[in-house]
Design a protein around this ligand. Structure first.
Ligand SMILES: Cc1cc2nc3c(=O)[nH]c(=O)nc-3n(C[C@H](O)[C@H](O)[C@H](O)COP(=O)(O)OP(=O)(O)OC[C@H]3O[C@@H](n4cnc5c(N)ncnc54)[C@H](O)[C@@H]3O)c2cc1C
Ligand code: FES
Ligand code: FES
Length: 411
């Protein structure tokens, strides 16, 4: 077992020990590392002022994703590249093309939100680099600005996403990939603070053993719920078991009649295949929170948290999805509908974890629709989310399934 956290920043490997597992990436940057470019606006994943970019090795390529540093725990960046707004300027001090585009478009006033916007646009520039308005709106939906107004920011983003062809990030990509592959290994990270501990198993058998030894542990996936327990409810989580390093749980597989989505698959990773099953399902995923949250949050976490207003359960229940729960006793498969026993109570036994969800493919005679109503179109939880699926025989409805999640009156 390894107790040091290792990550790449600015072309170098960094190592940290004795890290408090409840410490967020943002607090580390601002209070311990004197990198104060990333700001804290809300500390709950809503405003995007804290946006940083994580690079991960996928095959030989480094892929970049924007995340909210305020709700990511520091040990979660183990094995990844961390890029903050401080890292964008070139070695000779020139602004990155994304920063320059913000200056050129007069896209900033007080500047508080600006580093977050820059990092969201930077991530898009490193990846798909889409400049159509719909895509730019998606890229920026998780960043709020109180003073500039969005017109100039959108203009800067549209100009900038295709401009990053010569920055030092492009020049350094091979080195970064080499450094990340140096960090890649199958040794479990086990780090502890004063009175809490963090495990990052790399296989499901390690996870099963850990859950047997630590039945009180909190399973941590994307932290888009759990992060807020620490930053908003001020809880201290004693034992965290992070599933984000387990490759088996990050698989998506086509099993013929159904698609199996591992519990560690993020919304962003699942979007393409779910969109191919149903454009309604794709749109539902696209409307969950923001790009930053979708890059971290998982469907497994959305199910396991048992939230009465989780967006994916109604659609998946209407599609008759099956949930696979795993423990040292083996795999138990149940209808997703049966997982939710009552408000706040799920059918998850001690030592068990959500391993995957099986989503049946939609048949030719089947009609499926899902709807979300929220106060804001983007970056808002549902007031009501509903889905139906019906199977036709000729002009007759042979079977019908309907599921709905509604904001509870007592909350
Ligand atoms: C700003 C913001 C906007 C949001 N918008 C939406 C929205 O529009 N729609 C929506 O539905 N949700 C929304 N959420 C809630 C959240 O993003 C989702 O519920 C997300 O799917 C949680 O997944 P996660 O991987 O981050 O889970 P985590 O926070 O890591 O965990 C959540 C819970 O699930 C448990 N858990 C996680 N994985 C497993 C597993 N494999 N086995 C057993 N237990 C497990 C954890 O122990 C914890 O109890 C939003 C959250 C934020 C902060
Ligand atoms: S501080 Fe608002 S999203 Fe992180
Ligand atoms: S420039 Fe002031 S909040 Fe955006």
């Amino acid at each position: 077992m390894r107790n040091k956290i290792r990550f790449v920043q600015n072309g170098q490997i960094r190592e940290l020990e004795n890290v408090d597992p409840n410490q967020t990436v943002l607090n580390f940057l601002r209070y311990e590392d004197a990198q104060t470019g990333s700001k804290e606006g809300c500390a709950e994943g809503d405003c995007g002022a804290c946006t940083v970019v994580l690079g991960e090795l996928k095959g030989d390529e480094v892929q970049y994703q924007a995340v909210n540093a305020c709700i990511q725990f520091l040990p979660m960046i183990d094995g990844k590249e961390l890029i903050t707004v401080e890292n964008l300027k070139s070695d000779d001090g020139h602004l990155h093309p994304v920063q320059q585009a913000m200056v050129d478009a007069n896209a900033t006033q007080c500047g508080f939100c600006t580093p977050g916007f820059v990092m969201s646009i930077f991530a898009e520039a490193q990846g798909k680099a889409r400049s159509d308005l719909q895509s730019i709106n998606d890229v920026l939906a998780g960043n709020l600005c109180r003073c500039t107004g969005y017109g100039t920011i959108i203009e800067a983003a549209r100009n900038a996403v295709t401009s990053d062809t010569s920055s030092h990030f492009q020049a350094r990509k091979t080195l970064t990939a080499e450094l990340l592959s140096e960090l890649a290994n199958d040794e479990m990270l086990a780090t502890s603070g004063a009175n809490n501990q963090f495990f990052a198993p790399t296989t499901t058998s390690e996870l099963v053993q850990l859950l047997d030894t630590h039945p009180e542990a909190t399973i941590l996936a994307g932290a888009t719920d759990i992060g807020l327990w620490v930053t908003k409810k001020h809880e201290r989580l004693q034992t965290l078991i992070y599933i984000g390093q387990i490759k088996e749980l990050k698989q998506i597989s086509d099993e013929g009649d159904f698609i199996r989505v591992g519990a560690g698959v993020s919304y962003s990773e699942a979007w393409e295949i779910l969109q191919s099953l149903s454009s309604d399902l794709g749109e539902l995923i696209r409307r969950i929170a923001s790009t930053q949250i979708r890059n971290s949050g998982t469907i497994g976490g959305n199910i396991a948290n048992g939230s009465p207003i989780g967006d994916t359960p109604p659609a998946l229940i209407a599609l008759n999805a099956t949930l696979n729960l795993q423990s040292s006793k083996g795999v138990r498969s149940i209808a997703l509908e049966d997982f939710f026993i009552e408000y706040g109570k799920q059918d998850l036994l001690s030592g068990e974890f959500v391993a995957s969800v099986d989503i049946p493919k939609i048949q030719a005679q089947q009609r499926f629709r899902t709807y979300k109503i929220s106060k804001r179109f983007d970056q808002d939880i549902s007031a009501l989310c509903a889905a139906y699926s019906l199977r036709l025989e000729g002009n007759t409805v042979a079977t019908y399934a309907f599921a709905m999640a509604e904001w509870p009156e007592h909350l």
